[in-house]
Write a protein that binds this ligand. Structure first.
Ligand SMILES: *[C@@H]1O[C@H](CO)[C@@H](O)[C@H](O)[C@H]1NC(C)=O
Ligand SMILES: *[C@@H]1O[C@H](CO)[C@@H](O)[C@H](O)[C@H]1NC(C)=O
Ligand SMILES: *[C@@H]1O[C@H](CO)[C@@H](O)[C@H](O)[C@H]1NC(C)=O
Ligand SMILES: *[C@@H]1O[C@H](CO)[C@@H](O)[C@H](O)[C@H]1NC(C)=O
Ligand SMILES: *[C@@H]1O[C@H](CO)[C@@H](O)[C@H](O)[C@H]1NC(C)=O
Ligand SMILES: *[C@@H]1O[C@H](CO)[C@@H](O)[C@H](O)[C@H]1NC(C)=O
Ligand SMILES: *[C@@H]1O[C@H](CO)[C@@H](O)[C@H](O)[C@H]1NC(C)=O
Ligand SMILES: *[C@@H]1O[C@H](CO)[C@@H](O)[C@H](O)[C@H]1NC(C)=O
Ligand SMILES: *[C@@H]1O[C@H](CO)[C@@H](O)[C@H](O)[C@H]1NC(C)=O
Ligand SMILES: *[C@@H]1O[C@H](CO)[C@@H](O)[C@H](O)[C@H]1NC(C)=O
Ligand SMILES: *[C@@H]1O[C@H](CO)[C@@H](O)[C@H](O)[C@H]1NC(C)=O
Ligand SMILES: *[C@@H]1O[C@H](CO)[C@@H](O)[C@H](O)[C@H]1NC(C)=O
Length: 458
């Protein structure tokens, strides 16, 4: 870490905390080896449908790190080295603060006015990129480093601290960084739930050349920089990503990798995050170049839609201002990006100020998408079978302050009742963790209760 940053940190962080910050150590011998530092052993490789060709890439891998300002990432060794192998997107923005709404947005096309990291189950009438991909038989998975078991839906998970064996068990996995698990349209379908896999599964899938066509990768709370530092995350990238870039089972000829951050660290500046496009799908003449086009996390949706001529979600993925397609993909697909001048870049550093279904102070129910929107893929807006198409933006009810009524939003799971944790989980699941069984019974009951209470109040 650089001297100026060390001193800034020392001023902010109590000495005792700084002293406890562990040094990077890998959780596995190599990225393609299974490790008993992860709870669940792999139960075999992912079964994928045949590859569907895209116009600019056949495989799309997103890797999200945490809470780092653009300039700090730019000055970090792993990023400086990786930049030479890809395209730096110098005007890529997160969409809000804190973490969880950004993860919700990159798969759902909206963050639903969420302004915190609470436990949400977004209702099943709300669609995600999974619906768009599966409509074209494009395989997908979410790889969460310390997810204890496939499809685990609990709020977090605590296991032996492999970084310091004399320290108590540590919370390496958090639900708030797992984008697709937030959506009931994903979790209520068993075949979809099973596509949430840990890094033992990841190792098995790379070894078997079974990495799907779309994947989202979340390192654990230390490796992603959240509980550590950008230098720790940089060490993890050098351990994990750098060798995988030369492994054709991960980075084949048609692989595009987006390496970015959920959000920046300084809320008082706009929310620009350092983002690299890597992988062999990046044309070699563009290596070590910078693309200053204005992008956001919604661009990760529009780029995938353009590449495979998918339908859209009719949300912010189709808002041209915030969903430019990565330029080399736009060129390959004939999509026309919008030239957003520096002065017109919206502020994306705001928290909890929007009307919507996950803001208890300004609650509006989940509304239907814009059914006439046309996204970068040109296909139709995906409509869930249980969507109320008549509940539109135009006829939305006025916002209600549920907080003033002592209510939470209906999608928030506030139960602390615990269901049994996964069996054989060794050092276990952490006292007080909210456990939701795969069927989500406890939360479904709590959800119904909150809904009933809300109906009575309204
Ligand atoms: C678990 O992590 C520790 C710390 O990096 C490492 O020494 C050990 O080899 C890991 N275990 C396995 C099975 O990879
Ligand atoms: C790196 O740090 C220096 C000193 O703080 C700063 O001037 C510079 O803008 C940063 N970014 C890059 C890309 O070097
Ligand atoms: C997807 O796969 C199913 C089952 O193999 C097939 O019936 C369907 O036509 C495929 N859809 C597309 C869009 O290829
Ligand atoms: C694999 O299956 C076993 C037995 O059901 C289970 O204990 C283990 O957690 C599973 N592994 C993963 C990664 O889900
Ligand atoms: C957001 O960033 C702008 C600068 O781009 C700053 O003026 C504003 O105060 C920030 N907003 C918040 C809530 O910190
Ligand atoms: C990448 O570009 C920088 C200048 O922007 C240059 O100093 C460096 O040598 C280049 N690296 C390669 C591998 O071409
Ligand atoms: C599109 O995005 C811009 C910038 O965030 C915003 O001002 C505008 O309201 C959005 N349009 C719609 C229809 O959501
Ligand atoms: C896209 O195409 C335009 C026009 O041909 C060209 O100027 C630009 O360099 C291309 N950009 C990328 C990133 O391929
Ligand atoms: C979606 O489902 C939620 C929960 O049942 C409901 O409150 C909302 O009105 C529904 N919205 C639409 C557009 O179907
Ligand atoms: C909602 O109610 C809470 C509690 O009374 C209050 O603190 C908050 O300012 C209100 N927010 C709005 C937008 O009315
Ligand atoms: C909300 O709860 C507070 C404290 O428990 C209580 O004083 C207040 O009367 C309640 N308000 C409503 C609208 O029930
Ligand atoms: C894990 O979940 C429990 C139960 O909700 C909570 O009390 C605890 O703060 C969480 N820990 C972390 C690190 O998120």
């Amino acid at each position: 870490m650089f001297a100026h940053k060390l001193s800034a940190l020392a001023a902010l962080v109590p000495a005792v905390l700084a002293a406890q910050a562990p040094a990077f150590a890998p959780a596995a011998v190599v990225p393609t080896a299974a490790s008993n530092n992860y709870t669940g052993v792999s139960n075999g490789t992912l079964s994928n449908s045949p590859v569907v060709s895209g116009k600019a890439f056949d495989r799309f891998i997103q890797i999200w790190l945490e809470n780092t300002d653009y300039d700090d990432a730019a000055n970090t060794s792993a990023f400086m080295a990786l930049k030479e192998q890809g395209i730096l997107l110098s005007n890529y923005y997160a969409v809000t603060h804190p973490s969880e709404p950004n993860y919700a947005a990159v798969v759902g096309g909206d963050f639903w006015a969420m302004g915190d990291d609470n436990y949400y189950q977004i209702p099943s009438n709300i669609s995600t990129v999974v619906d768009l991909l599966e409509a074209k038989n494009i395989s997908w998975a979410a790889y969460m480093e310390n997810l204890p078991t496939d499809g685990y839906q609990g709020f977090n998970y605590t296991s032996a601290n492999y970084l310091n064996s004399s320290a108590p068990p540590y919370t390496f996995y958090v639900r708030k960084h797992n984008p697709t698990i937030l959506y009931d349209s994903v979790t209520t379908v068993p075949s979809r739930l099973a596509r949430h896999r840990n890094f033992n599964d990841f190792a098995a899938d790379v070894n078997a050349s079974a990495i799907p066509q779309w994947s989202f990768i979340t390192p654990n709370m230390e490796d992603d920089g959240h509980d550590s530092s950008i230098d720790f995350a940089s060490d993890w990238l050098q351990f994990w990503l750098t060798p995988l870039l030369t492994d054709p089972n991960f980075n084949d000829d048609k692989t595009l990798i987006v390496l970015t951050f959920d959000e920046n660290d300084s809320y008082n500046i706009n929310n620009r995050v350092y983002t690299l496009l890597l992988g062999n799908a990046v044309p070699t003449n563009l290596h070590n170049t910078t693309d200053p086009t204005f992008y956001t996390h919604f661009s990760a949706l529009s780029t995938v839609q353009a590449n495979w001529a998918l339908g859209s979600l009719g949300r912010q993925d189709t808002n041209k201002t915030v969903s430019n397609v990565f330029a080399f993909v736009a060129n390959a697909t004939g999509y026309q990006n919008l030239d957003v001048a520096e002065a017109d870049i919206p502020l994306t550093n705001l928290t909890g100020v929007y009307n919507g279904p996950l803001n208890p102070n300004q609650y509006v129910p989940f509304l239907a998408p814009n059914m006439s929107a046309v996204g970068a893929g040109g296909g139709p807006v995906f409509v869930a079978s249980n969507l109320d198409q008549s509940l539109t933006t135009a006829n939305a009810p006025a916002p209600v302050n549920l907080t003033a009524l002592n209510e939470t939003v209906p999608s928030e799971v506030t139960t602390t009742a615990s269901a049994p944790g996964p069996s054989g989980s060794g050092s276990g699941s952490g006292s007080g963790a909210v456990h939701v069984s795969a069927m989500g019974t406890a939360s479904a009951i709590a959800f119904a209760g909150v809904l009933a209470a809300l109906c009575m109040t309204l």
